[in-house]
Ligand binder design. Structure first.
Ligand SMILES: [Zn+2]
Length: 217
């Protein structure tokens, strides 16, 4: 059962197509598993289309239309020929990004129980990463210099504000300080999207704050 959803603004931006790529992927992962948000999203898109239809018509030169249609064809072709990789059980969208299995990724340690792997989405403004928190392990206490979106893929975690399970979508910003801790029964894998580096408040990690850079690519 999913209890945590994107806020209205995020959902509206996604429906309007104005959300950046990395956060969009995060929202799409949630929409794939949340009927409630999918319904709301459809209504927002219908509303957008209705508003769009009321706009005055503008003529589009034939050449421009042909260029756009050709570009859509180009973009679809490589995806449909790509064989599905073998990250068993993970959503298709994540499988396409990781191009293999979780264990083959270039994981880096943050402390003893957390590993992070930054993935390339093509979004140069937002970092898109997978976090693997060992059962019972924690991400060190931190706050944010911008926005953080989290989507739970497997397992679950808690922080100062709640408990989260697979499919839950969590939004945090500079007003939050937290230390996500995985449940004791199994490891937790999450997607995390950042538009600015976190700021560690845990004294053991504070010295690295000035060196943290967004790994957006
Ligand atoms: Zn939802």
């Amino acid at each position: 059962m999913i209890h945590h959803h994107p806020d209205n603004r995020t959902l509206t931006e996604h429906a309007a197509g104005t959300l950046a790529l990395a956060p969009s992927i995060c929202v799409t992962l949630h929409l794939n598993v949340c009927d409630q948000c999918r319904r709301a999203h459809r209504q927002l898109q219908d509303l957008g289309s209705a508003l769009f239809e009321r706009q005055a018509e503008a003529s589009v030169p034939d050449r421009l239309l042909e260029t756009v249609l050709a570009r859509i064809d180009e973009e679809q072709a490589p995806l449909s020929h790509r064989p599905p990789p073998a990250a068993q059980g993970s959503p298709h969208l994540v499988q396409r990004l990781i191009q293999g299995d979780f264990k083959d990724l270039d994981w880096r340690h943050i402390g003893s129980s957390v590993q992070v792997c930054h993935l390339r989405t093509g979004d140069r403004e937002n970092e898109f990463a997978l976090y693997h928190i060992r059962a019972g392990g924690s991400i060190p206490h931190h706050t944010h210099r911008g926005n953080e979106l989290t989507l739970v893929l497997e397992g679950g975690f808690s922080d100062e504000e709640g408990h989260y399970r697979a499919g839950d979508f969590i939004q945090r910003d500079a007003s939050h300080r937290h230390s996500p801790t995985a449940t004791l029964d199994r490891d937790c894998i999450c997607v995390g999207v950042l538009d600015a580096p976190v700021r560690f408040t845990d004294w053991r990690f504070r010295p690295v704050n000035p060196f943290l850079r967004l790994q957006a690519r």
